[in-house]
Each structure stands twice: as structure tokens, then as C-alpha cells.
Design a protein around this ligand. Structure first.
Ligand SMILES: *Cc1c(COP(=O)(O)O)cnc(C)c1O
Length: 336
């Protein structure tokens, strides 16, 4: 797969670390658990969107864009990383924040990613839940064009075929790190939302003839819908890369058992996972994505789905900044 023909800027401190988690492995008394630290991509406190933005910002610059327009939920990690990447490359950003999570703690609307968005200096607009956010994005793009700007639209999560290329790159990186360690990986587990991460991974792994199975833990959609969405983007990414033959649909597998009450709604498993990794490995997960993803991994170990002797890799996609929006659930009895 030839990635060199795509416009790209460098934003990621790669390769991100690949580490063994000795305490968690001992504690769960099941498979060997490793972690790929894409929470440490380096830009604006890190996270998975940085890899996608290398190609998205690259394309925006190639098109002469002056203004990035994107959207996400109020505590979007994607919006935070996008503004930082645009700032670094001399473009302005307008971000639409969808009030997708209702009844959250006041911090949710003002702290965490929202605070950082404000520090990075983007134009922020809010939208009520339930609108067609891509339609909203196009409307804002037209408004900016009429005002003389050259807008470049990035969909939610940076999840289109261009953005997914970032995770094609990551797949190559993971294969080379595990090969170096002589490690046979039985499953690569991560949180899946807007699908660019999983689509890029499955396409990239296929491209290097790797048989590492990927399991996406859904944070929003039911299993069938999530798998359909990932497959659709994977096929488009496959086509963009000019890969030969058909994309192997069966490589897309999701599990939606850990969504709980919905996107951004805390679960007991998430709180346990955040506490486990913080207290035994000194690693911060996040409440919306990686916390639920890791909760899924823990539960699948406890249920015997993953067993002793296997090597399971958790792809940490970042998001710890979002913890500050969830003080009410993570430290409910804090006196100060
Ligand atoms: C966006 C995000 C994800 C999900 O990645 P997708 O490519 O949207 O599926 C996972 N974890 C974190 C922290 C994220 O911000």
C-alpha cells in the first residue's frame, strides 16, 4: 500500500510506545496484556485523531484552505486535536459542538476539552442534539465561503477515507513493533466510535498481510450498525489506496455490550476500568471511549473469552482530558 502519494503533515511523535502491563496482567490472571500508547501521540495532550489529522490537514493545505470546519460532541477529543493542528499550520477553525449528552455535570460543558478548545482559540458554536451534523457542517462551510474564506470540512472524528489513512500507518507501526518483540498478537482491542480508527487498522493490517484480529468496542451504536459503518469506510479506504481485490469484510468485528446508557453516559465498568489502570499502571483512560473499551477487555477476560497464554493488545486512543468533565462520577465524594 503506497501512502507516499497522499499529502501529509507530521503531527505525531511516532512510533508511540508499545508496553507490557505487568500489574494488570497479574491482577486479571488471564492473558498477557499489552498497551499501544496512542494517548501519547504528542499534539495537544495526544489521542488517536492526531494520526488522522496528518492526512486531513495535509489535504487542506494542498487545497489552499484557510479555515477548518469540524464538529463533535461537547467533550470531543477530535475537535481539540483538530484546532491545535490547524493552529500549527496557520488555519482558523470553526467547531460545532453537539450537545449530545444530556444531564451531565456542569464541568462537562466548560472544563476538559471545552476549556482547551477555548485556549486554542477556535470559534465554537453549539448545536442541540439530534440535528444532521454533516448538514450543519456544510451550511457553515457555505457561510464561510461567502465571507471570502476557503473552508475545508472535516467530518466528525476525522472519519473519512483520508483520515483513516492515519490508522493504516498505525497498523504498520503496530506490526513492526510486535514483530520486533517476536510477539504473536491474539487480539487488538480498542474503542470504536466514528469508525476511522478501526477501518484504518483493518485495512492497514490486511495491507501488511498481518492476521492480527481487531475487536472494536462500540461506544455508541449497536453491533450491526457499527460493523456496517466500519466496513463501509474500510471499503472506501481500500479503494482510495488502490488495493487489489475486495476488502475482506469478515475482518470487521465489533462488540456493543459496553455502551451502557449511551454515548458519553458513564457506566460502572468504565469507572472501574479508569480506576484500575490509574491505580495499577499509572495510566489515565477516558470516560467516553478508552474507559469503556478497556472495561470491555476486562469483562471479556473475566468471562474467559480471552485466556491465559494469549497476548491481547489494547490500543489506547487517548481522551484523558475528558476526565475533567466527569468529576461528579469519578470522585463523587470528594470534599475539595
Ligand atoms: C474518537 C475517539 C475514539 C474512537 O475512534 P474512532 O476513529 O472515532 O472510531 C476512541 N477513543 C478516543 C479517546 C477518541 O477520542
Amino acid at each position: 500500500m503506497n501512502l507516499s502519494s497522499f499529502a501529509r503533515v507530521r503531527l505525531t511523535q511516532a512510533p508511540t510506545p508499545f508496553e507490557f502491563l505487568p500489574s494488570i496482567t497479574r491482577l486479571l490472571n488471564g492473558p498477557n496484556i499489552y498497551i499501544k500508547r496512542d494517548d501519547n501521540t504528542g499534539l495537544a495532550t495526544g489521542g488517536n485523531k492526531t494520526r488522522k489529522l496528518e492526512f486531513l490537514i495535509g489535504e487542506a493545505l494542498a487545497q489552499g484552505a484557510t479555515h477548518i470546519v469540524t464538529q463533535g460532541a461537547t467533550q470531543s477529543n477530535h475537535v481539540r486535536q483538530t484546532i491545535a493542528a490547524a493552529n500549527k499550520h496557520g488555519m482558523k477553525t470553526t467547531a460545532l459542538l453537539e450537545e449530545r449528552v444530556s444531564g451531565a455535570h456542569a464541568d462537562y460543558y466548560s472544563s476538559g476539552n471545552v476549556l482547551l478548545d477555548q485556549i486554542f482559540g477556535a470559534t465554537l458554536e453549539t448545536r442541540p442534539a439530534g440535528l444532521d451534523m454533516n448538514h450543519e457542517l456544510i451550511a457553515v462551510g457555505e457561510r464561510l465561503r461567502a465571507a471570502g474564506e476557503k473552508p475545508y470540512l472535516i467530518p466528525g472524528g476525522g472519519s473519512n477515507p483520508v483520515g483513516a489513512l492515519g490508522y493504516v500507518v498505525a497498523a504498520h507501526e503496530i506490526v513492526s513493533q510486535t514483530n520486533e518483540l517476536g510477539l504473536k498478537v491474539d487480539c487488538l482491542v480498542h474503542a470504536t466510535g466514528s469508525t476511522g480508527t478501526q477501518a484504518g487498522l483493518v485495512v492497514g493490517l490486511q495491507g501488511c498481510n498481518s492476521r492480527i484480529p481487531v475487536l472494536g468496542i462500540s461506544v455508541r451504536a449497536p453491533r450491526d450498525k457499527q460493523e456496517d459503518n466500519v466496513r463501509k469506510l474500510a471499503r472506501q479506504t481500500w479503494a482510495l489506496l488502490g488495493a487489489r481485490g475486495e476488502f475482506p469484510d469478515e475482518t470487521v468485528v465489533a462488540n456493543a455490550d459496553y455502551v451502557g446508557g449511551g454515548y458519553g453516559v458513564p457506566t460502572d465498568g468504565m469507572v472501574e476500568a479508569v480506576n484500575l489502570l490509574a491505580r495499577h499502571e499509572g495510566i489515565l483512560l477516558d470516560p467516553v471511549y478508552s474507559g469503556k473499551g478497556f472495561a470491555g477487555l476486562v469483562d471479556l477476560v473475566r468471562k474467559g473469552h480471552f485466556t491465559k497464554g494469549q497476548n491481547i493488545v489494547f490500543l489506547h486512543t487517548g481522551g484523558a482530558v475528558g476526565l475533567f468533565g466527569y468529576r461528579g462520577v469519578l470522585a463523587p465524594q470528594a470534599a475539595f
